[in-house]
Design a protein around this ligand. Structure first.
Ligand SMILES: Cc1ncc(COP(=O)(O)O)c(C=O)c1O
Length: 341
């Protein structure tokens, strides 16, 4: 019988999102938190799943709205301006699905943006950020007339913030502007207040980073009521998330507080590590995230890996870089020692 393996062959060229799965002693390659949630909180969430929620039933829209109300109250926003997603990744996909064709993306930035844009057949323009200018994001680079602009502050993998004026201009000159605040707890800087003036600005957050919940995929979007409602339609909310998310949302305040506190703790280790790199003669980039990017060859990445330290090797505009997630203080001491050999 004739085979009907007929599907989009243009996706063969989609860049693969590759993560090395080599075993290591110190895992500093995915910007995760090195700590688990406090035991008491973990047990509480699991108990809710056992006692309060019935896994045989779907998440119900009315229950979902109640959760949103509680979270929104805590964040001091209207619940209709908030939606919950399975990780920030799903938020990025949702917002891009409702955007029109012309998109502008930062280069370098988090690769999922480009993947989603390719999958959704967008017309993609890249804002190529200059290494000589420390990958600075400017109004000229962002440009005008786009249906979607993906901004990240701090940008990833560099770690730099975007000037307020540049964000304001991006909102004035384009349609939907997504501000990815995945590393907000580490930077302490948010653009939430910009939404009063710029209705087209959407804020994206996640609990995968400082929130220490990467494996449970909890993220959220805050934006104009119409935009959020459209995103919920395309993602089929609340069936895009699970009762595990509900149990986590029941503990939103506490998890949020934990993330903020942890984010603050990591800042000092990060800044110390950056200073170490600079004083050791590396070209490093000042970061407001939980990672630091520096110039380093693949050989250095391999050496670190063979010593049990997994980092991320990156080729940006044909040059070699290494991005290191900031881990615990003791882990960073091991890294420093290895880099001084
Ligand atoms: C800038 C940025 N946005 C979003 C994400 C995705 O986060 P999540 O795990 O919540 O999907 C990441 C993950 O690395 C990221 O670096």
């Amino acid at each position: 019988m004739e085979e009907r393996l007929n599907f989009r062959n243009d996706l063969v060229d989609l860049p693969e999102f590759k993560v090395s799965d080599i075993k290591c002693k110190i895992k500093l390659d995915q910007n995760e938190s090195p700590f688990r949630l406090p035991k008491r909180l973990r047990h509480h969430v699991l108990n809710l799943l056992k006692e309060k929620y019935s896994e045989n039933l779907y998440p119900q829209p009315t229950d979902f709205f109640d959760k949103k109300k509680k979270v929104a109250e805590f964040l001091n926003i209207d619940p209709r301006r908030l939606t919950i997603t399975a990780g920030a990744d799903q938020g990025i996909l949702g917002i891009m699905m409702i955007s029109k064709e012309k998109v502008k993306l930062l280069d370098p930035s988090y690769p999922i943006y480009r993947n989603d844009a390719i999958v959704l057949k967008k017309k993609i323009d890249l804002a190529k950020l200059d290494e000589e200018d420390n990958f600075k994001i400017t109004t000229e680079k962002i440009g005008k007339g786009y249906n979607f602009v993906g901004l990240l502050s701090p940008n990833q993998p560099v770690g730099n913030l975007i000037d307020d004026k540049v964000v304001a201009e991006a909102c004035k000159n384009n349609d939907i502007v997504l501000m990815d605040e995945a590393y907000y707890e580490y930077s302490g800087k948010t653009y939430l207040n910009f939404q009063k003036e710029y209705k087209n600005l959407v804020i994206l957050r996640t609990f995968s980073k400082a929130g220490s919940l990467a494996g449970l995929r909890l993220g959220y979007l805050i934006g104009d009521e119409g935009i959020i409602s459209a995103v919920e339609k395309v993602l089929f909310t609340p069936y895009n998330i699970s009762l595990m998310h509900f149990a986590l949302l029941d503990n939103f305040e506490e998890i949020y507080g934990w993330g903020l506190e942890f984010g603050k703790r990591i800042r000092k280790i990060r800044d110390d590590f950056y200073n170490f790199l600079i004083s050791s003669g590396f070209k490093a980039y000042e970061s407001k995230g939980n990672f630091v990017l520096f110039k380093g060859r693949k050989k250095l990445y391999d050496d670190l890996l063979s010593n049990g330290i997994k980092t991320r090797y990156m080729n940006i505009h044909n040059k070699d870089y290494i991005r290191i997630t900031i881990g615990r203080k003791d882990e960073m001491e091991v890294v420093k020692k290895q880099l001084t050999i």
